[in-house]
Design a protein around this ligand. Structure first.
Ligand code: PHE
Length: 467
């Protein structure tokens, strides 16, 4: 079957190949760079021993994740029909069973679960962005704590003990967080709603340069006014005494989360790339950009944290939302830089949320033969309900954050590795541009076949049972 035939429009009449060569890198970097880099990475680093965490994280990216990203994108390139149906298309072509469709289905489930807590944090981000652009009311410790408490007030309400009307009463305090997570979902879905070319491609071309610009400005500012020496020491001085099975598990989980690996984003986006585009080069670039932004996020946050009085580095998820406004209130030009910081966070969050929606919307479109608009509304509706669950229950929020990143994404990675290493026939992908050639291909193949699955299983078992 000719590639272009497989890539013919689904139901909305658009040809599903990016118009520009650079779009894949921008879109995939947009997916990878997100709250994971700027919200999750610094607080995981802060609570898991700084450089020990960074060390394992970098090893996982280079040794496990990049080869698997190539494998994932390859499935999309060969199958061309999204995160789930690419497995069916390949099964039809090489005459294997359709059981592997389950890999895609698990990916979709993982994506929904990630989206549910991601939308909550995205909502906080939208709230801080709006406030610091329009009202400037959140500044300093007391105000930022109060604002964060308000956004998470539903968490403090023990619903099991309340009657119906009491719950309705209490819900009023949670109106802000519900409004904000809804706004975040609407903003993100507006991109997906418009389609792959008119929505996604245009969006990433517009916002990704802005994102990189904001990162550079923020880092220069932090290094200029913050405590750079202390921050560099915290991030880069190796302290292997902090290395433990648990730190290794969290570092690997975070590598998967940060690269958006293990739930079908690369299958979907890879399927929109032209045949002549080199996958391995593009993916190498994406991994480099993502790692760079994670380290830069550390360099924009920790110099300010260490330069401010009364802030510690290991407070967890509130690091960005309470500590940063507190730090900005003590720094020169803080009231101008704070809105920039939260805008940066919001743009990064939306471009990732978009990539959590696209695989599902494309799949629902195909599965039910409905158009993109209906598919988009359905997917966002389900995400909204799940996100409400995380807005109401801190347990649901924390459990989903932990389980999706540390367990489900790595498991997805193992399945992709086994599929590409042992099931997918090399003749189907041998001619794909940018496949590693010669001895490089051999190394890649054996990482995918053996090294990556074994390493992931070892880290998973150690981290889950021995920490
Ligand atoms: N990589 C994104 C981030 O760092 C999160 C994400 C995970 C997006 C999985 C899509 C899929 O914020």
């Amino acid at each position: 079957m000719a590639i272009n035939e497989a890539a013919t429009p689904q139901t909305d009449g658009s040809a599903l190949i990016w118009r520009r060569r650079g779009t894949f890198v921008l879109a995939a970097a947009g997916s990878a760079i997100g709250l994971g880099n700027i919200w999750r990475f610094p607080h995981e680093l802060g609570t898991n021993g700084g450089s020990a965490f960074l060390f394992v994280y970098l090893l996982c990216i280079a040794g496990i994740c990049v080869p698997l990203m190539v494998a994932e994108a390859l499935i999309g390139r060969v199958g061309r029909t999204g995160a789930v149906y690419s497995f069916t298309a390949i099964a039809n072509r090489q005459g294997t069973g359709e059981l592997w469709v389950a890999v895609g289905a698990i990916g979709i489930l993982t994506g929904f679960l990630i989206a549910s807590f991601y939308a909550v944090v995205g909502g906080w981000t939208a709230a801080y962005t709006l406030d610091s652009l329009l009202f400037h009311s959140v500044s300093g410790e007391a105000e930022s704590s109060a604002f964060f408490d308000q956004l998470t007030s539903l968490w403090a309400v023990p619903f099991a003990e309340l009657g119906f009307w009491e719950i309705v009463q209490k819900m009023k305090v949670g109106v802000l967080s519900i409004l904000m997570l809804s706004l975040f979902l609407v903003l993100s879905s507006a991109v997906v709603y418009r389609g792959v070319l008119k929505g996604l491609e245009k969006f990433v071309q517009l916002v990704m340069p802005l994102l990189f610009l904001l990162v550079v400005v923020m880092v220069v500012y932090s290094l200029a006014v913050g405590n750079t020496v202390e921050a560099l020491r915290f991030i880069f001085t190796p302290d292997f005494s902090r290395l433990s099975p648990e730190v290794a598990l969290k570092a690997m989980g975070h590598a998967f989360f940060s690269l958006s690996l293990g739930m079908g984003v690369f299958i979907t986006y890879g399927g929109y790339t032209p045949k002549e585009q080199s996958l391995s080069k593009a993916i190498g670039t994406v991994a480099l950009l993502d790692t760079l932004v994670a380290v830069l996020a550390g360099l924009m946050i920790f110099p300010l944290v260490f330069a401010s009085e009364g802030i510690v580095a290991d407070v967890g998820p509130s690091l960005v939302f309470i500590s940063m406004p507190q730090a900005f209130s003590q720094m020169p030009l803080g009231n101008i830089v704070q809105p920039m910081f939260f805008l940066l966070l919001l743009v990064a969050a939306i471009s990732s949320m978009v990539s959590l929606m696209e695989p599902m919307v494309a799949t629902v479109e195909r599965r039910f033969g409905i158009n993109r608009h209906s598919a988009c509304k359905t997917v966002v509706g389900i995400m909204w309900v799940l996100a409400l669950g995380c807005a109401f229950s801190q347990d649901m929020f924390s459990i989903l954050d932990y389980v999706t990143a540390n367990i489900m994404l790595p498991l997805g990675g193992i399945l992709v590795a086994i599929y590409v290493g042992w099931v997918l026939k090399p003749s189907l992908y041998a001619d794909q541009a940018g496949m590693p050639a010669g001895s490089m291909r051999l190394i890649w193949l054996w990482i995918v076949r053996l090294f990556a699955p074994i390493a992931i299983v070892a880290i998973l078992i150690n981290g889950v049972f021995f920490s």
